[in-house]
Design a protein. Structure first.
Length: 202
């Protein structure tokens, strides 16, 4: 049982349903970034913060600045829904995660989320032709950039265990399993606890 559990909202906790959300969870020192949503409103806030010198209105720069700072300390990213409100900033966040930090999602979220970001990129191309250019999700300038981010997602079935072992700040490794070999791997990871700061099964 976890002895320490902290919920650290980055944005979205009090802005109402349908608004983008991102939250950093800390469970006994294991930091999980839950979602990385994005919207035109957040982009406007980020642009305003940048233009005003980065002061922002929330004590830590604009929303993207805060999100990427949190991502840089996370041991894993967990995507809960396949829409821009929950994964719109994935391309930028995937680049900001520490090496080895897994990106986790159920198979439907991974597949439909890729299509949601495709749609955002292609809709912008259509808007350019019409003379109106909506902002792109951070980092998602091309379909290829979206593919690169989603190619790094570990797809899980519903309720499939995932062993996440951390070996210090900014380093993580894990594997999904539900068979005998997987249980042996998890036991081996537990036995190697001297080299792991914490372990969590998602």
């Amino acid at each position: 049982m976890a002895s320490h559990f902290a919920v650290l909202p980055i944005y979205g906790a009090a802005t109402g349903p349908g608004e983008p959300t991102a939250t950093l969870l800390d469970v006994d020192g294991v930091r999980i970034l839950l979602d990385c949503g994005w919207s035109d409103r957040l982009q406007a806030e980020e642009d305003e913060s940048t233009n005003s010198g980065g002061g922002g209105g929330n004590g830590g720069g604009g929303p993207l600045t805060r999100l990427l700072a949190a991502a840089a300390t996370a041991h894993a990213l967990l995507l809960s829904h396949a829409d821009l409100a929950h994964l719109g900033a994935l391309v930028a966040v995937a680049d900001a995660l520490p090496p080895g930090a897994p990106i986790l999602a159920t198979t439907p979220v991974a597949r439909l989320g890729r299509l949601a970001l495709y749609d955002a990129v292609l809709a912008r191309a259509d808007a350019v032709d019409a003379g109106a250019v909506p902002p792109l999700p951070p980092g998602a300038a091309t379909v290829e950039a979206v593919d690169a981010a989603f190619d790094g997602v570990s797809s899980l079935r519903y309720r499939q265990p995932f062993k996440l072992a951390t070996s210090g700040a900014g380093a993580a490794q894990g594997e999904a399993s539900d068979d005998d070999a997987g249980r042996e791997n998890r036991a081996a990871a537990d036995a190697a606890g001297a080299g792991a700061a914490a372990a969590l099964t998602l």
